[in-house]
Design a protein around this ligand. Structure first.
Ligand code: CUA
Length: 359
């Protein structure tokens, strides 16, 4: 090897090592709320229990096959022009062996795989199953608690954050209002496509309280990466309290301090739309039940908004996420269907003040 070649190959080795080290380091994130390898719910655990043995079997096969290949490449390489290896063709015994062993391996893996698929897909039974209809929209999630009938008709509706009780099965019945999306909460369950014109199901459960982050896992145009979600698991009593609050309408008469925002949501904005052209605030006399955008009846009870892209602070004052959103929705979330209404600072402040009363 010449000096230059040696230097070049040393450089290649170093580059490879540094790249590998970088990849290993980024795998060590401490705060990884969407880590599939640390499952919480029983469904995610069951899937993890299937994944782990299959993964190690695959590792063993990889090491064995690639190891034999490397040994063969080195041991039987051509050392000089006169040293051509002995040429052979075919080996029936070996060929039968390397057909039978993988076939048996795959058949062995198929048994727990199929059993898990059936188990995960089975509809949960019992009187305490929580049924939720999920409708995916570009780029947010609509939830309808189909067991909860609100006064005046229809089901209880929320958006982006799925609130569930601990220790009970939650059965999602899903469809899409536009394109294909995919519902994914890594710590609770695997992905499930959500398809327009079709119904798919997903079963979830968490035995522990907590907030589980998720996101759309199927490319669905511009703000796909901003189509996030949260599953919030409350202990039974806290869930019942939440449900009781959500079932009620928003106050029809907000404190006088928020009267400006109360009036503004029903007033025509630039282009003639009002907030109620797309949103619903049950209890507000101007609300007409539109379901184009998220139901805002208990907006301030949520911890995030706009497809869970932005955190909603309990006291939204000043130039906060909500302020920035109302100022120019497509400016902070590309492709947002809610347009920029060119609201004045006073109008935005009034809207924020009113929306934050919707607990
Ligand atoms: Cu919805 Cu990606």
């Amino acid at each position: 090897m010449t000096g230059r070649n040696a230097r070049r190959s040393r450089r290649t080795v170093w580059t490879a090592l540094v790249t590998l080290l970088g990849l290993v380091a980024v795998a060590c994130a401490r705060n990884a709320p969407q880590d599939t390898l640390s499952p919480v719910g029983p469904i995610a655990r069951q899937e993890d229990h299937l994944f782990r043995p299959v993964f190690w079997i695959a590792v063993a096969v990889f090491v064995l096959v690639e190891g034999l290949l490397v040994v063969a490449l080195i041991k039987f390489r051509q050392r000089s022009a006169a040293d051509a290896p002995k040429q052979t063709h075919g080996n029936q015994r070996l060929e039968i062996l390397w057909t039978i062993i993988p076939a048996m391996l795959l058949a062995g893996i198929a048994i727990p795989t199929v059993l898990t698929i059936w188990d995960v897909a089975a509809k949960p039974v019992g009187s305490n199953v929580v049924n939720v209809k999920v409708t995916a929209h570009q780029w947010w999630w609509e939830y309808e608690y189909t067991d909860q009938k609100i006064q005046g008709g229809g089901n209880l509706k929320t958006a982006n954050e799925l609130v569930i009780p601990t220790g009970r099965w939650v059965y999602l019945t899903m469809t899409s209002a536009d394109v294909i999306h995919s519902y994914w909460v890594p710590k609770l369950a695997g992905k499930q496509d959500v398809i327009p014109g079709r119904i798919t199901h997903l079963k979830l459960r968490s035995n522990d309280p907590g907030v589980f982050r998720g996101q759309c896992a199927e490319f669905c145009a511009l703000s796909h990466a901003n189509m996030r979600l949260r599953v919030i698991a409350y202990p039974e009593q806290q869930f019942d309290d939440w449900l009781a609050r959500e079932m009620g309408p928003a106050s029809a008469n907000p404190p006088p301090a928020n009267a400006a925002g109360f009036g503004l949501v029903a007033s025509p904005l630039q282009g003639g739309n009002t907030c109620f052209s797309c949103h619903t605030i049950r209890g507000h006399p101007g609300s007409a039940g539109s379901a184009v955008g998220p139901d805002l009846t208990h907006f301030a009870s949520r911890t995030s908004f706009a497809g869970s892209m932005f955190d909603l602070a309990p006291e939204e004052l000043g130039r906060t996420n909500l302020y920035n959103w109302l100022e120019n929705p497509p400016g902070v979330k590309p492709g947002s269907i809610m347009p920029d209404y060119n609201l004045t600072d006073e109008q935005i402040d009034a809207l924020v003040a009113y929306l934050m009363t919707l607990k």
